[in-house]
Structure formats: C-alpha cells, structure tokens
Design a protein around this ligand. Structure first.
Ligand SMILES: Cc1cc2nc3c(=O)[nH]c(=O)nc-3n(C[C@H](O)[C@H](O)[C@H](O)COP(=O)(O)OP(=O)(O)OC[C@H]3O[C@@H](n4cnc5c(N)ncnc54)[C@H](O)[C@@H]3O)c2cc1C
Ligand code: SF4
Ligand code: SF4
Length: 1017
C-alpha cells in the first residue's frame, strides 16, 4: 500500500515566510495596538519555532497578550496584513501543530485563570492557558477533578488539550477531551466572539455554522458510516461525526449535539478559544492496582480485551525493555521488584477506582481469576495500599524518561506512536509492527494505554541521515496494519504536520472535502494555523525538520567549538536496535559533544512544571519561554548550529537568555532527558567571557578564595562596604552589587586559624589502615572564612563520634574546589584550583577515606564538574569518596558505625534543601539525620531555588528576581512557622532566609552539635 504524499512547488501552507515589510508592519502595529509583549527578534522567534515534534518553522513573531483586547486586536491586525495566527499553549504537541510561519500568540502567561467553578453542577470555566495540574490543584478541595489526565499534565494547557482533543491514561473510564467539554467561547477570524455549546441552545452565527455542518454530515452519512474509525481514540480531522456519532462513547450524556465539540481537535485552525466550559468528575477516593505479569508480550496484548470487561480505570503496559531499565536503576529497582513475579516479558498495570477501597478489593480478586482462566494462575500482584501504587506509577513514567534520554543522533521519533486499534486485534497489530521495525533496522519499546488499544512506540531514527525515508516507509506499513484492523491512524496526538497527509488516507476524498468546507465556513481567509488538517505538508518534508537533512534548503550543521568542559559522553552514536552507544568522543560532533548535549532537549516542556522539584526557578517567576530550560536549550541549539547568525553563541541574545539561569542543576535531575543547563551555562560563560572580557565584579567573585586570607586579616577594612554610609550604593554603581544586600562578614577567627585536634595526613592514613574511623574534612571558603562555627560544629560532632580527622591545607591558604571561578566562566582557573585540591585529597581517596564537606555547591563540585574538567582518574577517585556531612553520617549510621545521643530540639524543624543537594538526591540523608533528634518530625519545605544561588542574588540586576524566587515558597513557609528551627545547609540559602525573613537558618552540623549529649560508639 502506498499513499501519494502531497507535492508542493512553493513552500507548503503555513511555512512560507512573509516579507520583511509585512513582518515589520505587524510588529509595529502590535506594539502600538496592544499592551502585550511583542517578540520579533530572531532568538525569540527561534524559541517558538519548535514543539515536541521533529519539525521547526520560524514564526513571523510572537505576541504574549495581557488582555483579551490584545488578542482581538492581534487577530484583526494579522488578518489585515495577511499573516496567519497560531494560538499556542505549552507547545508540547508531538506532531508539529504549534509550528508555523505565523503570528504565534502565547496564552500561558496571562490567560491561565480558573474563571468559575460550579461544584454542584460539576462544571468549571477556564481560560485556555491554564495548566491541567494547576486546574486540578484548585479543584481538589471541592473533591473534583478534570479527568483527561495527559502525561504532560504539569505543562499542557486546557486550550492546547482542547486543540488536540487530548486523551489521558484513564480515557477508558472518562473519555477524551471531546467527551469532557461542555462549551467554548471563541473568536472567529473576523474578531467576533461566538459561544459554542449545545446546538439546541445556539444563537446567531453558531446556529448558521451548526446548520452547515449538520447538512455536511447528512450529505456524507454513508461515507461517515463506512470510513470513520469506530474506536474511542480517534483524534484526526474535524469531528464531523458529532452529528452522526461513530465513537465508542457518546459525545454527550443525553445524545444531543454540542457544537463546541467541533472545535475540539481542530488544532487552532477554526477559531481562537477564549474560554472553555468543562465537565468535571468526582475525584476518586480510593484506588487499587493489580499488576499482571505475562510470560510473553503477545499474551499481554491479547489479555487486554478481556481485562477491560472488568471495568478498570486504566490498563497501562510496561514492556520488558522498560522493566529492565527500571531494574538497572538503583532508585527504581526496589519498587519495580514489588510488581514482578520472576522476569516477565511485560506487565499490565490494571487500576480500579471508586469511592471505597473495600468495595474495590473484589475487583482485584476478579482480575486474578480472569488471568488464571487465561492460563496464568498466580500472575497478579495485588496492590491495595496507596504508597506502593504511587511509586509504581512513578516508575512507569520514569521508564519512558530513560528511553528518551538515549544519546546520539538517532532519536526515538514519534510519528506512529498513537495508532489506535480495536482491542481484539492489539496482539496481532503489535506483532505486525514489530516485524515492520525489524525490516527497517529499528526496534520499538512499547508502553502506555493498552486499555484503549493505543500503545506508544517510537522507532529510533536519525532525521539528518535516512530518517525521512524510513519514517515514510514505516508509516505506510503501519498504516496498512491500522487499516487492516479498522483502527485510527491518529489516536492521541493529533495531526499537525506529521499526520496531516494521512487524513485523506483515513477518511477518503469525500470526507476530506467536507473537512475543507468546514474550514472554509469557519475561517474563509485561512487565517488560523494554515497547513494543519487542511492542505498539510508532506510529513517527510526535510525543509521542515528541526534537524534538516543535507539536501534541504537549510541543512542542520554544527559550528566547530573547542569546549572548555569535557562533553565527550554525549559525542556518541547509538545502535537503533540494541541502543548500545559507541565510545565517548566517537560521535563525530565538531563541538566535542556540547551540541549533542544541547540537542537532547526534545521540547517536551516538562521544565514548565510548577510543582515539587527544583526546575526551573527562573521560569517560575517570569513565565517567559526565554527564561526556561527549554528556551535556553533551543537558543543554544540555534546558536551552535549557526541559525541565529555568526558568533551568536557569544552574542548578547545568548547572554540575555542565560542570564537568569541560577545554575541550580534542577534540570540536571528533573529534565527527562537530563539537559544540564547549569553545566551548559559554565560552558557558555567561558566562551562569552573569553570574547567579551570579565567585569571587575566577576574577578571579585571568582578570586574570593584567593584573597580570603588577606581579607580575614583585616576584617574591619574588608567589611567597610556594609558599615560606611554610602559604600553599599557605591558598590552598586561600580560593581553592580545590590545596595539592598549585606555581604557576608569577614572575620579574623577563621577555621584555618583555629587550634584543632586534627591528625597529620600520615597519621590519618595509618589510623585508617589499622581499621580506625577516619575522615578528611574539606572546609570550603565560605564555611571556613565567614561561618567558622559550622565547620567547628562538624569537627566536634565527628570527633565526638570517634573519627580521626584531617584537613588538607596548603602553604598560601586553603584549598578550594574552583566553584567561584566556574560561576564566572573561568574554567582554566577553576581547573587549577580543583586540580590542586584533588591532588591533595588523592592519597586519602585512594585509601578509601571519605572526604566530608559542608557546603553543598562546593563538595558536590567534586562529584560533578571536576569530572568534566580533564582531571582524569584522580578526579574520579576523589569523587568516589566525596560526601556531604549528612550523607556521611547517614551512611555510617546505616553501617552501624555511628549513633548520636541527642536531646530534643523542643521546636519544630523546617528543612530547606540546597538545589545541588536536591539534584544529587542528597536531601533524604539530612532528613534521616534530623530524625535522630528525639521527637523531631522534620518538615521539608517544597521549595525550588532560594534565589541567591552564589553571587546571583547579590547582583543589583538580579535582586528583584532573586527575591521573587525566594518568595515563591521558601520565605512564606519560613514565616508561617515563626517558632521553627530552620535548617539550610547552603551558605547562600541561609543568607537569603536572613535577608528575606529575618531568621537565622542553621547548618545541620550546628543543630546536631547544639543538641549533643553524648555519643554512643
Ligand atoms: C512526553 C509527552 C507526553 C504526552 N502525553 C500525552 C498524553 O498522555 N495524552 C495526550 O493526549 N497527549 C499527550 N502529549 C501531547 C501533548 O502534550 C498534548 O496534546 C497537550 O494537550 C498539548 O497541550 P499544549 O498546551 O502543549 O498545547 P499546544 O501544543 O501549545 O497546542 C496544541 C494545539 O492547540 C491549539 N491551541 C492552543 N491554544 C488554543 C486556543 N486558545 N485556541 C485555539 N487553539 C488553541 C494549538 O494551535 C495547537 O494546534 C504528550 C506530549 C509529550 C511531549
Ligand atoms: S529542557 Fe528538558 S524538560 Fe525542558 S523541554 Fe527540554 S527536554 Fe523537556
Ligand atoms: S540550572 Fe536551574 S535555572 Fe538554570 S535552566 Fe536549569 S533549572 Fe533553570
């Protein structure tokens, strides 16, 4: 079977650039006629040129509207100038829906209101830019939720979900978007606001439109009956079948027709949604989970059709590859093991939910019996408790993330990942597709929605090489299977560019013509998102690819860069079948792997989330795409591939984009593909500063460890800035240090001047060799110079616990990890500092003696950046023994070497984790250690970055943003507990808490020291 792709001589619709005159006129008129942010610079346009698909089309410009009037004005101005309009939510579409040579209007900053909730009627009215998780958080107190639970719930907007007719994991119980929208208010291309809702109550223009579509449906009744996929998960084309329902589930409860449903899944091509009226559901009060273990993948697929008859709310697949990946991960292994019986080829997670857990337990029994009847007795793990269920769902999500983090140019590509087939054919379909992949030298990892026959699978393709050809070939063969089993080619992610050409294939020419007529009736001037659904481009048009092949008009290429850090781990290629990667440095990247690391961002938009976790503090306060991990990664990618002009990598637009990145490493941990922007910022700064020079402030910050000894000899002089009237303002003018900040106080009684009961290096090595308890204390510049009491407290606690201690020093001062140099892009100097420290620590590390540090950003530099500075095996050896104070104690406690006898604190304890502690999973040990305090129930503040981030918060230009970051959750939490002891291990966190809440926060070492009674050895 071969489908004839559309041929275009001119650029396909929606991708043709407009002239400079038109673009300038548009920008000018938007600035004059709206109050919104008008972004027409190359970097901003580049940031909005991609979504979570493989495509890239540069928009004409971006408007971030402040008012509804801004949107109306923009629609009118764009219409008059003939520039298309593309409404956008989180930009997480997988098929290119939100890419286009248009005026992109971003609803996410100012149109995110929950306008109204009617608890009794279970309805809500929302603005299009509201994010699903935020909506559900607001509904929770009412015992309600919006149940279209897409995986991207932390970043997907209701406007975008409606645009794509999105579907959640529990669609078998609740249906898709189209089943859960009751009404929409939307602007037409001429600016008229029209209310779409039940046809019986329609007025004005809606009546005419409803009549037109009803007639079309009647005309094409036979074709609709014949061609329309009869599955729940069909999201392609327009919902013409609202007048002749073909869906497994009725679109409305009473069988009436709702014209708003025509907008659902229309991908912004018919009208611009201003608000949506949603049907809410009761929040399930109880859930139970049955995990069915299957000996073969085929058996799992075959069982799904029988399992759904038990009425589950979800049936989700995890295949062997994902099971193996989870087992390899120490964090997930214990959880996945609770779900496994032996080594199954696949598991199905079968969830039942309802009002009462007791009433659900028989469902698990019934599941057990059913699976037994299918020839697999004892194959179900029953999980009735909430905790294990939640953990297992987390593993299911994380497995996907691990898959997405595959390094190399070949990537798992989404283009047939949501075909939906009737359940009775699921096993044959998946077998068939597996054979297709094998024929094309690829392989798929399967996961997700077995309940509705929509399994996600992504073959690994390199779009720069032969990805386009393979994509078409695989799509055609997959299409043949879908047709054979009477399924839907697009069952979840919509059409966009990737599947637009398949609409006619799926529905036939007559219905396709009817779709065109609908578009014509709604949007005769083709203003809204042209080239989507109607007149789509070829799915394999390389000119539209983000990584365009050599033969395309703008082939993707990387500009050679000599990186300051070692990125060779990313400079690899991966085998598309085995996923085994080649050796570091063999991937052929002329940037040494830096570009490939940047390209790991697949635009899934997870960094837009606001809930727990750290990523991304600058976005949380600005809500700007520019100040988002994704925005930064996209800008870097465009810069290092020459798409923003020569030297863009070290240009001003790049600097502005990196400016608010606080280097918190939140993305290193929270980004599904491990985009490590903190490290990328160091790389960027080293190049930017090499070209543009370092400021006096840079030098002051970077060299602080160098002049610390001198400054501490003359503390009265060094502290003049905060004592001398007017000096702070002068420092703001000359150095850019905020006059609203005090600086850390220099003191003469530094840690290094204290007389301490330390062993010499030789003594420590001998002591350890004889089996004695030993540690090397690495005291950083901050705890050693400004907060000596922390370091002294750590010494007392460790000495009292019976450890022999040693601290490495050098003749001209103390050792430093190089952190302050890294923060200012001075990588060579940082390497010299860190190299000297590592050399000093090496003999102890080689003897297996732990190196214990107090300041998270300094100690963890030894486990992170020093490994990519070219310091070789010694750096790895030291990294292997480097532990934070609390990590060390927790480890020793677990080994039975350490116990503390403490008196109760007598007050509640609040903990703020330093971002780098969170990034390295080092918060749990602090809690473990704090729980040693009798009666203590330490509470972790769910905070992102404190906003200080080294010198960031001291800088005048960053003061406001810094305080906003702190005010997001940290400071309100501290103020809410006026009697609590606040524990914060980061120097800058403590400073921020002091400045913002006027409270003294303590390093955990000081708290322990203050409560110490005696130590049990
Ligand atoms: C990792 C990953 C997992 C995913 N999981 C799921 C899943 O479980 N289920 C699922 O269904 N999808 C899933 N998706 C796809 C995508 O996240 C969803 O389609 C999501 O609902 C899109 O929301 P958004 O806010 O990002 O919309 P966008 O991508 O910004 O927009 C989507 C469409 O809606 C249109 N639109 C936006 N606002 C308006 C408006 N005001 N008026 C008119 N049209 C508008 C846009 O023009 C566009 O055509 C996933 C994507 C990724 C990357
Ligand atoms: S930076 Fe990470 S989380 Fe953000 S869009 Fe890119 S891949 Fe997703
Ligand atoms: S390091 Fe922090 S601030 Fe920078 S992009 Fe990552 S999460 Fe955002």
């Amino acid at each position: 079977m071969r489908i004839e792709p559309p041929r275009h001589l001119a650029p396909p619709k929606g991708s043709a650039p407009v002239s400079n005159e038109i673009s300038e006129a548009l920008g000018r008129r938007l600035r004059a006629g709206t109050q919104g942010e008008v972004l027409f610079d190359a970097a901003s346009r580049g940031r909005y040129a991609t979504d979570a698909s493989i495509y890239q089309i540069t928009p004409v410009g971006i408007l971030v509207p402040r008012t509804a009037e801004d949107i109306v004005a923009a629609i009118q101005i764009a219409g008059e100038l003939g520039v298309p309009v593309l409404p956008r939510g989180g930009g997480t579409s997988q098929c290119g829906q939100t890419t286009g040579a248009a005026l992109v209007i971003d609803n996410t900053k100012h149109f995110r209101g929950l306008l109204h909730v009617d608890v009794a009627a279970r309805t809500a009215v929302v603005e299009p830019g509201i994010v699903l998780d935020h909506l559900n958080a607001a509904l929770k107190p009412h015992g309600l939720w919006y149940p279209v639970d897409v995986s991207t719930s932390a970043q997907a907007t209701l406007g975008g979900m409606a645009g794509n007719n999105s579907c959640g994991s529990r669609s078998i119980a609740y249906g898709n978007m189209v089943h859960n929208v009751l009404g929409a208010s939307a602007w037409m291309a001429d600016g008229e606001l029209v209310d779409f809702g039940p046809v019986a109550q329609a007025t004005g223009r809606a009546v005419r439109l409803a009549g037109f579509v009803r007639d079309l449906a009647a005309t094409h009744a036979a074709e609709i009956d014949e061609r329309w996929p009869k599955v729940l998960r069909r999201v392609a084309g327009y919902n013409l079948d609202i007048f002749r329902n073909q869906n497994e589930r009725p679109y409305t409860d009473d069988g009436s027709v709702n014209l708003a449903h025509l907008l659902i899944g229309s991908e912004g091509t018919l009208a611009y949604t201003r608000s949506l009226t949603l049907k809410l559901s009761e929040l399930p009060r109880a859930k139970v989970l049955g995990v069915v273990n299957f000996p073969t993948f085929h058996a799992a697929m075959d069982a799904a059709q029988h399992i759904v008859k038990l009425g589950p709310t979800a049936v989700e697949l995890v295949d062997r590859t994902m099971i193996e990946l989870s087992l390899q991960n120490p964090a997930f292994r214990p959880t996945i093991e609770t779900a496994l019986i032996g080594r199954p080829a696949a598991i199905l997670l079968v969830e039942f939910s309802g009002a009462d857990k007791g009433a659900l337990l028989p469902k698990l029994k019934a599941l057990d019996e059913l699976i037994g009847d299918l020839g697999l007795p004892g194959a179900v793990v029953r999980m009735a408790e909430d905790g294990p269920q939640k953990n297992l769902w987390e593993v299911r999500k994380a497995g996907l993330n691990i898959m997405m983090s595959l390094k190399g140019d070949g990537k798992p590509v989404s283009f047939i990942e949501d075909c939906a087939v009737p359940l009775e054919h699921l096993a044959e379909y998946t077998d068939g597709l597996t054979e297709v992949f094998a024929r094309h030298g690829s392989r798929g990892t399967w996961y997700a929605h077995a309940s509705v026959g929509t399994l996600h699978v992504r073959p690994i393709l390199d779009m720069r090489v032969d990805g386009a050809q393979k994509m078409r070939a695989i799509a055609e063969e997959a299409g043949a299977l879908v047709r054979r089993y009477k399924g839907a080619f697009s069952g979840e992610h919509g059409d966009g560019i990737c599947r637009g050409e398949w609409i006619e294939w799926q529905f036939g020419p007559a219905i396709n013509t009817a779709f065109r007529a609908i578009k014509q009736a709604f949007d005769p001037g083709d203003l809204f998102n042209p080239g989507k659904i109607i007149d789509p481009p070829r799915m394999d048009d390389g000119a539209l690819f983000r990584f365009a092949p050599p033969e395309s008009p703008r082939p993707y290429r990387r500009i050679p860069i000599t990186p300051a850090l070692d990125w060779s781990a990313w400079d690899v290629q991966a085998d598309p079948v085995t996923e085994v990667t080649t050796a570091p440095g063999t991937g052929g990247d002329v940037t040494g792997g830096f570009a490939k690391a940047v390209e790991m961002c697949n635009n899934n938009g997870h960094c837009r989330k606001f809930d727990a976790g750290t990523m991304c503090p600058s976005y949380r306060v600005t809500r700007d795409e520019q100040h988002l991990t994704r925005g930064r990664a996209n800008t870097l990618r465009l810069a290092v591939s020459g798409q923003l002009g020569p030297d863009a990598f070290t240009g001003e637009a790049m600097r502005e984009t990196m400016d608010l990145c606080v280097g918190c490493k939140g993305c290193k941990r929270d980004c599904p593909t491990g985009v490590d922007m903190a490290r990328m910022k160091i790389e960027f700064l080293s190049h930017y500063k090499a070209r543009n020079g370092h400021s006096l402030r840079d030098r002051l910050v970077a060299h602080l460890p160098d002049y610390a000894r001198l400054a501490s000899r003359l503390p009265w002089l060094a502290n003049l800035r905060d004592r001398w009237p007017g000096a702070a303002r002068m420092s703001e003018r000359w150095l850019g240090l905020s006059a609203r900040r005090t600086l850390p106080k220099w003191r003469s009684d530094t840690f290094w001047r204290a007389d301490l009961p330390f062993s010499t290096g030789e003594e420590l090595l001998r002591h350890a060799a004889a089996g004695g308890k030993a540690a090397v204390l690495f005291v950083d510049t901050f705890n050693g110079s400004f907060e000596t009491e922390n370091a002294l407290a750590a010494v007392r606690v460790l000495k009292a616990a019976g450890y022999a201690l040693h601290a490495v020093t050098k003749d001209d001062g103390h050792h430093c990890c190089g952190r302050t140099f890294l923060a200012t892009g001075m990588v060579a100097q940082a390497k010299a500092k860190a190299g000297a420290l590592i050399e000093a620590l090496l003999p102890f590390a080689q003897a297996g003696i732990p190196v214990v540090g107090l300041e998270p950003s300094c100690l963890l530099t030894l486990r992170d950046e020093t490994l990519v500075m070219g310091l070789g095996e010694p750096a790895r050896t030291v990294a292997g023994v480097a532990l934070l104070f609390e990590e060390f104690i927790a480890r020793e406690m677990d080994a039975g070497h350490f116990a503390l006898d403490l008196r109760p604190a007598g007050r509640p304890i609040l903990l703020h984790g330093h971002c780098h502690q969170k990034a390295f999973g080092a918060v749990a040990p602090i809690l473990q250690v704090l729980r040693l305090i009798p009666e203590a129930q330490p509470e972790l503040i769910e905070s992102s970055c404190c906003g200080m981030a080294g010198s960031f918060g001291y800088e005048a230009g960053h003061y406001e943003v810094s305080m906003q970051m702190a005010e997001a959750t940290l400071l309100p939490a501290v103020r809410k507990h006026p009697d609590a002891i606040v524990v914060a291990d980061g120097t800058s966190c403590r400073h921020q808490i002091h400045d913002g809440a006027q409270r003294e926060a303590l390093h955990v070492a000081r708290l322990l020291d203050s409560l110490l009674i005696r130590v049990c050895r």
